[in-house]
Design a protein around this ligand. Sequence first.
Ligand code: FMN
Length: 196
Amino acid sequence: MEFEETVLNRRMVRNFTPEPVPEEHVRRILDLAMHSPSAGFSQGCAYIVVRDALRRREVGKIQGEVDYAAGGFGEFISKAPLIIVPCVSEEIYHDRYREPDKLQDDGKEIQWPVPYWYFDVGAASMVVLLAAVNLGYAAAFAGTFDPIALRNFLGIPEKFHPVGTISIGKPAKDKRSPSLKRGRRPFDQVVHFEKW
Ligand SMILES: Cc1cc2nc3c(=O)[nH]c(=O)nc-3n(C[C@H](O)[C@H](O)[C@H](O)COP(=O)(O)O)c2cc1C
């Protein structure tokens, strides 16, 4: 698939067929995600792959999918054959930026005007979404409101923060998010040349 086609075809699809995603594709998607950039090459992201049906059901419960089902979206988290849970560790970034080549002239760690760990897990998650679409799948990210329950259930170490779930599978007929009615903002309102 051409790059532009992949980008334009990507949208959050919240319904999937039960067809499993072969191991080779799971690895391909995550291998590509690992090629996304990270501040100081900290590489502070990690991913949990959940395919077992009972475990997917529990993840769906934690993600509050009863509410999605009540809203007409179906149980799109537990019913997706593949769930990827992207996680990030802020601590890894602090450790990296306390290494000699990253210390400021005053010998201190930078003040982090932007929390780059969240930037990086977002960039990596976008690669997961695009890689899935590129392989002919559909995907949907759902943020988490209970990262502690996700961490406990999936055995994620304390220093890693799960940011949500990415459901992946072959697309089935889906209900589109009502948020899309907002419409896409016009280019000239979003892009500013030379100065805002
Ligand atoms: C950071 C982030 C959090 C999101 N959280 C949720 C969520 O919790 N549940 C959900 O159904 N969609 C979620 N979405 C999907 C957005 O609603 C969706 O990307 C947006 O409406 C644009 O639609 P599109 O991705 O299909 O183009 C999230 C997207 C992002 C980038």
